[in-house]
Design a protein around this ligand. Structure first.
Ligand code: PLP
Length: 397
């Protein structure tokens, strides 16, 4: 006897993981220089030097039983206080240590938040397309129905008219992800205002708060003048799911947090529900050493210039060939409209050239492919002639 749903999730790999495994196999057969793997969003720049310095300092100076012991279930108080103070300094908010719950990255933060908010079968959670495919898994595991809100194709922002039509009495939350995976779009101030107004109106109409969950693993990854608005400054009933996976290049260390907006109408209760969901899911005491490390590294950033150079190289190279794409302002993804319109076919055809790209279908955006440009620069340089051949082949189909 076993859980059939869990079995199904375990036996069907995500498309992204499938491609990544295929790339490794092909590299072993043909040589790594023949594979241009744009499938996985694994940071390609090292964590800031201060991360290693902080780890070393803690290991060398802190009493080991304390260093490696449990913290409070919700995270060390000093760490949570430092994070809250830093959020307030940056965004003029009034977050306290008791609004912060430390987690194993954004995935755990989202799972905990969804489990804290979903209270009955039949409830719904809306996510703005294009969206991280795991949202569907997380939402359904929390017992709710996943609903995708369509995007505006010209800039990958939220189509707020369509969003309004999709929110109903069963909607408990909406997930927003900016900078966005897979499009790299940064939602404008105007977009955040419009989304907040729609959700507020619907909350009033249905007489219960509809939460906005801002999923923010890419907050620090922005290029040029783009500004990432902070949801707490637009909408009171909000929760931020933050992660250091990309902002400090620490995806394997599993560290992030949930921040409940203190202005939310049920802020104290929601925070207790977050604690309860963390407890029920076994997500208590995020890795202690990493909690202390992120406290020391709050102001650190990875080498954004390396990502920006990659973005420009890939975007300009593909545009020159004739590909249709919007220049992304953030994260490390480029979302490309495929010639011929069939992303699954395009992705399959690309494999012939050693190019691995993820079809947009799983992101709620058929007709596009996602390219993760967190790769070595030479991977991009060497791939461009093959992208040209691929374009010629798929264009004439
Ligand atoms: N949300 C988005 C949009 C992501 O792209 C990812 C990871 O790629 C996650 C959440 C999960 O992040 P973490 O590694 O911090 O769990």
């Amino acid at each position: 006897m076993y859980n059939r749903k869990a079995y199904e999730l375990g036996s069907v790999r995500s498309v992204i993981r499938e491609l990544f495994e295929y790339g490794k196999k092909r590299a072993a057969e043909m040589g790594a220089d023949k594979v241009f793997d744009f499938s996985l969003g694994n940071p390609s720049v090292a964590p800031p030097a201060k991360v290693a310095e902080a780890i070393k300092e803690f290991v060398d100076t802190m009493e080991p039983v304390a260093l490696h012991g449990y913290t409070s279930a919700q995270g060390d108080y000093g760490v949570r206080k430092a994070i809250a103070d830093y959020i307030n300094e940056r965004f003029s908010t009034s977050v306290g240590a008791d609004n912060i719950y430390m987690t194993c990255g954004a995935a755990a933060a989202l799972t905990i938040t969804l489990n804290a908010l979903v209270s009955a079968p039949g409830q719904e959670v809306v996510a703005a397309a294009p969206y991280f495919p795991e949202y569907k898994v997380f939402v359904e595991a929390a017992g709710a129905k996943f609903v995708a809100a369509p995007m505006r194709e010209q800039d990958f922002s939220v189509d707020t008219d369509k969003l309004a039509e999709l929110i109903n009495a069963d909607t408990v939350a909406m997930i927003l992800n900016s900078p966005n995976n897979p499009s790299g779009a940064v939602y404008s101030d105007e977009c955040l205002k419009k989304v907040s107004a729609v959700v507020k109106k619907k909350s009033e109409e249905y007489s219960h708060p509809i939460y906005i969950i801002a999923d923010e693993p890419y907050r620090e990854l922005v290029y040029g003048d783009a500004k990432v608005g902070y949801i707490m400054n637009y909408y009171d009933d909000s929760v931020v799911c933050y992660s250091y996976s990309k902002s400090l290049s620490l995806p394997g260390e599993r560290i992030g947090y949930v921040a409940v907006n203190p202005k939310a109408c049920d802020a104290d209760e929601v925070y207790l529900a977050v604690m309860g969901a963390g407890r029920a899911l076994g997500y208590v005491c995020a890795p202690s050493l990493m909690q202390y490390v992120v406290k020391k590294c709050l102001r650190e950033q990875p080498d954004l210039e390396a990502y920006k150079i990659n973005r420009d190289l890939l975007y300009n190279g593909l545009k020159e060939i004739g590909y249709d794409c919007v220049r992304p302002d953030g994260a490390f993804y480029l979302f490309v409209r495929v010639p011929g319109g069939d992303a699954l076919k395009f992705s399959e055809c690309a494999k012939k050239y050693g190019i691995l790209v993820v079809p947009g279908d799983g992101f709620g955006a058929p007709g596009y492919v996602r390219l993760a440009y967190c790769v070595a620069r030479k991977t991009i340089e060497n791939s461009l002639p093959y992208f040209k051949e691929l374009y010629a082949e798929t264009k004439t189909e």
